[in-house]
Design a binder for this molecule. Structure first.
Ligand SMILES: NC(=O)c1ccc[n+]([C@@H]2O[C@H](COP(=O)([O-])OP(=O)(O)OC[C@H]3O[C@@H](n4cnc5c(N)ncnc54)[C@H](OP(=O)(O)O)[C@@H]3O)[C@@H](O)[C@H]2O)c1
Length: 385
């Protein structure tokens, strides 16, 4: 087989945004551009999305190993070269994807990435790249959480006339206006789960009902737990005797005081609670380093009812499910977007004169908790390709 080579127009090296240490300014690193091998694609990255994970890495040093750590768990761009067996992709396709940040060749905050084609979704014609780049990371998270952590079914293709066996069981999504939450609601709605309760700021409730919530509660109301417990006491039992009123919870935030403590007052024996890791014991701020916990069983021990099943969600392992590895990003994500079943998060374009400035400005917004019901997106390559 011929040794893979780069197309003539592609530079041999390119810049990448890296973390050099916790709470240190981000830096640019020049990296070699890697030609795609069999089953791989080379992508010119023009857009990316910033997520709280970037803050966990940059301020908290969460799992950054020995820096420099190459940032970016999403990318949006154009396929510029393909190795053998390109599968669903062609050169020139507009694409997005969820990748492993820190992996040198595939992390999203660099202008060229080389990665397996199963991590790539073609963007349907009805969406722009800045819209579509809000999707992959947390739509994949939604699938992984619902199937792996809650154990609920999401068959694909959705069988005709399909109704899930547990369609009427309650699923409480705390932090439903987060990016994760909005994709969780939309996936549950499409697959026929009809008894979904959402907890988010009141200003998002109308949208969240459109996305699939049956009832909404406002976590900014200090009596929210009492309100939810009252609601649950008044509604008819949906499960069989002895089952918890809410068998399933998704904690989309993973904040020790902000979400886990209230949830510990609602979950009952038999409830499954999927928590987005890391648990945030202390949120990052300008003057304060964050503190995290990766073992959910160590958070508020003794406060949960006996028999509550806590699960720490880890989406980077989603490809252990071979069906999702082969179908989720190549096929399911583009189909749901094209059919309008899933709408992308609202996006805010983060400006800055350089790629480093944009990366830092996005981190600042995350640090200041200034992100609400939206995803931060920004340009990686300066010029449109
Ligand atoms: N381990 C994994 O597999 C995995 C995967 C994906 C994400 N995550 C983690 O999950 C977390 C959320 O990620 P994201 O991208 O969805 O974040 P995001 O969209 O940036 O989250 C912002 C939203 O959080 C909501 N929020 C903050 N505190 C809240 C509280 N106490 N109760 C309810 N809502 C609250 C706000 O809601 P309002 O606007 O209503 O105020 C805001 O809209 C992050 O820590 C991320 O790292 C983990």
């Amino acid at each position: 087989m011929a040794t893979p080579s780069l197309p003539a127009a592609v530079p041999a090296t390119h810049p990448a945004v890296v973390i050099t240490g916790p709470r240190q300014p981000l830096q640019l690193l020049s990296r070699p551009t890697v030609p795609p091998k069999d089953g791989e694609a080379l992508i010119h990255v023009t857009w990316t999305a910033s997520t709280p994970l970037d803050l966990h890495r940059a301020d908290g040093g969460l799992a950054i190993g020995t820096p420099p750590f190459i940032m970016g768990s999403s990318f949006g761009g154009t396929v510029v070269a393909l190795g053998g067996h390109p599968g669903h992709l062609s050169v020139g396709d507009k694409v997005v994807g969820f990748v492993q940040d820190g992996a040198p060749d595939e992390a999203g905050f660099q202008t060229y990435i080389t990665l397996p084609t199963w991590k790539v979704s073609k963007v349907p014609a009805n969406l722009t790249l800045p819209e579509a780049v809000t999707v992959p990371c947390n739509l994949v998270t939604a699938f992984h959480t619902i199937t792996e952590d809650l154990g609920l079914e999401l068959p694909w293709p959705v069988p005709k006339e399909w109704a899930p066996p547990r369609a009427q069981e309650r699923i409480l999504v705390w932090g439903a206006a987060s990016s994760v939450g909005m994709y969780v609601l939309q996936v549950l709605k499409h697959w026929g789960y009809r008894n979904v309760l959402a907890v988010a700021s009141g200003k998002h409730h109308e949208l969240l009902k459109e996305l699939g919530a049956k009832e909404c509660f406002d976590y900014r109301n200090e009596n929210v737990v009492a309100e939810i417990l009252r609601y649950l006491a008044n509604v008819e039992e949906s499960g069989s005797a002895g089952r918890p009123k809410v068998p399933f919870f998704v904690d989309c935030i993973g904040s020790k005081e902000g979400t886990l403590r209230p949830l510990s007052k609602i979950a009952e024996a038999g409830s499954k609670v999927a928590v987005m890791l890391p648990v945030i014991n202390v949120h990052a701020s300008e003057g304060q380093a964050p503190e995290y916990e990766m073992d959910v069983s160590k958070v508020l021990p003794g406060d949960w009812a006996e028999g509550v099943q806590l699960r720490g969600t880890r989406t980077f392992f989603y490809a252990k499910n071979e069906f999702f590895r082969d179908h989720l990003q190549p096929e399911i994500v583009p189909a749901l977007l094209e059919q309008g079943v899933v709408q992308p998060n609202k996006h805010r374009v983060v400006e800055g004169n350089t790629v480093l400035e944009r990366a830092e400005n996005a981190l600042k917004l995350l640090r200041n908790q200034a992100v609400s019901g939206e995803r931060l997106v920004w340009r990686i390559a300066e010029a449109e390709d």
